[in-house]
Design a protein around this ligand. Structure first.
Ligand SMILES: Nc1ncnc2c1ncn2[C@@H]1O[C@H](COP(=O)(O)OP(=O)(O)O)[C@@H](O)[C@H]1O
Ligand SMILES: [Mg+2]
Length: 357
C-alpha cells in the first residue's frame, strides 16, 4: 500500500517553479531518494511534505489521510537536516528525548523509548555524552534517533550526509540504510549525489526544474534512463546524434553509418523532440583495427585520443570522425592501447538505447 501519495503538487516562488506538478507514490517501508542538481526543488518538495511550506496546488496523503492542510506538528513526519540541528548544550539523551518531553510523554516511557532508539542507532551507553564529544557521523545518528523516536510514518532527510567527509559519508549512508530497513520506516532521502542515491534507494525520483524526470528503481534509472538529462546526470554516457528508423531497428549517425539498436524508448510520433543514441562507456569494447569479432552488431573505426590508467580500469577517449568522440572503460588486464593507435570500437545492439533529448 502507498504510505505517501502526492498529486499535482506545485509551489512557485514568483517565476521560479520550485515544485512543478509532482506526483509520487511511495510504498510502506520504502526508501525513496529525491535526486537532482542544486536548485531543482528537492528541499522545497520535502518542506511541502513536512508542512513547513504550503503548496500552491495539489494534495498530499499519508497512510490514507489527507494532510495537505495540516500544520507540521499534526503530520506523521520527522525531519533530519544536513546540519543536524542538535542542541549543543543538551546531552545525547536529552536531544533524543526533546520531542517526547514536548509531547508530555510519561518519564518511564521516555526513558525506555530513548534507550531503545540509542541502541538502534548504535549509540548505546552514550546517552550521557555531550554533543561536542561525538564525531560528525555519531551526531547525525543522534539526529536520526531524535527523528525516529517520535515514531513518524514518514521520515524526511534533507542531504543528511553533506557535512561529512567522503569516507564517513559512505560509512554513515550504510548505517542509515540499515537502520531504515530494520525499523521499516518509509523514508524520503534528498541528495544531489548519484552514488548515494544508487546505493541507498529502493527507488529514485530524478528531479530537474521542479519536475520529476524519472521515477524508477536504481538499476532501471541507470540502464534505461528515460531521457538525456537522466542519462547524463547518472553515470557517464556517450551521446551519438542521428536519426532513428525504429521499424528497422536502425539509427543512422551523422556520418551516414547505420547502427543496429534494440531499444527505442522514444515514441515514433511527428511531434517528438530530438532523439539521441546513448551507450554507457563500459558496454563498448575495443580491438586492433580490422579485428572486430565477426558476429558483433556494430563496429566503428576509431583513433585513440586519450588514455587514463586507473589501476583496476582504464578509460579511453577515441575519435570516430564526424560522429565525435566516444568514452570507453575497460576493466582488468586486457590489451592496452596508446594515444594514436588505430582501433575498432564494437558493441551489440542490446546495449545501445535511443532516447528523447
Ligand atoms: N523561499 C524562497 N524564495 C524564493 N525562491 C526560493 C525559495 N526557496 C527556494 N527558492 C528557489 O526555488 C528553487 C528550488 O530550491 P530548492 O528547493 O532549495 O532546491 P534544492 O533543494 O534542489 O537545491 C531554487 O531556484 C531556489 O532559488
Ligand atoms: Mg536543498
Amino acid at each position: 500500500m502507498a504510505m505517501l501519495t502526492v498529486r499535482g503538487l506545485r509551489k512557485y516562488f514568483g517565476d521560479v517553479k520550485a515544485v512543478n506538478n509532482v506526483d509520487l507514490d511511495v510504498e510502506d517501508g520504502e526508501m525513496l531518494c529525491l535526486l537532482g542538481p542544486s536548485g531543482c526543488g528537492k528541499t522545497t518538495l520535502l518542506m511541502t511534505l513536512s508542512g513547513f511550506i504550503t503548496p500552491d496546488e495539489g494534495s498530499i496523503a499519508m497512510d490514507g489521510v489527507d494532510v495537505t492542510h495540516l500544520p507540521p506538528e499534526k503530520r506523521p513526519t520527522s525531519l533530519v537536516f544536513q546540519n543536524y540541528a542538535l542542541f549543543p548544550h543538551l546531552t545525547v539523551f536529552e536531544n533524543v528525548a526533546f520531542g517526547l518531553r514536548a509531547k508530555k510523554i510519561p518519564r518511564p516511557e521516555i526513558q525506555a523509548r530513548v534507550e531503545e532508539m540509542l541502541g538502534i542507532v548504535d549509540l548505546e551507553g552514550k546517552g550521557g555524552r555531550s554533543i561536542n564529544q561525538l564525531s560528525g557521523g555519531q551526531q547525525q545518528r543522534v539526529a536520526l534517533a531524535r527523528a525516529l523516536v517520535m515514531k513518524p510514518k514518514v521520515l524526511l532527510l534533507d542531504e543528511p550526509l553533506s557535512n561529512l567527509d567522503a569516507k564517513l559519508r559512505i560509512e554513515t549512508r550504510q548505517q542509515i540504510r540499515k537502520i531504515q530497513q530494520s525499523v521499516g520506516i518509509t523514508s524520503i532521502f534528498v541528495t544531489h549525489d548519484q552514488e548515494e542515491a544508487l546505493t541507498m534507494a529502493d527507488r529514485i525520483a530524478v528531479m530537474k526544474n521542479g519536475r520529476i524526470e524519472q521515477f524508477a528503481k536504481p538499476r532501471d534509472i541507470y540502464h534505461h534512463p528515460s531521457n538525456s538529462f537522466v542519462a547524463d546526470f547518472i553515470g557517464k554516457t556517450n551521446f551519438l546524434r542521428g536519426w532513428s528508423d525504429a521499424e528497422n531497428n536502425i539509427y543512422k549517425l551523422l556520418s551516414g553509418k547505420e547502427i543496429l539498436v534494440d531499444d527505442f524508448t522514444c515514441e515514433d510520433t511527428n511531434d517528438r523532440p530530438e532523439e539521441v543514441l546513448i551507450i554507457r562507456p563500459e558496454y563498448l569494447s575495443t580491438c586492433p583495427q580490422g579485428k572486430c569479432p565477426p558476429d558483433v552488431d556494430n563496429c566503428l573505426e576509431a583513433i585513440v585520443k586519450e588514455v587514463t590508467f586507473l589501476g583496476e580500469l582504464t578509460m579511453y577517449v577515441v575519435d570516430i570522425g564526424i560522429d565525435g568522440l566516444l568514452h570507453l572503460t575497460t576493466y582488468g588486464y586486457i590489451q592496452q592501447y596508446e594515444v594514436g593507435d588505430r582501433v575498432n570500437v564494437y558493441w551489440n545492439k542490446s546495449v545501445g538505447q535511443v532516447i528523447t533529448c
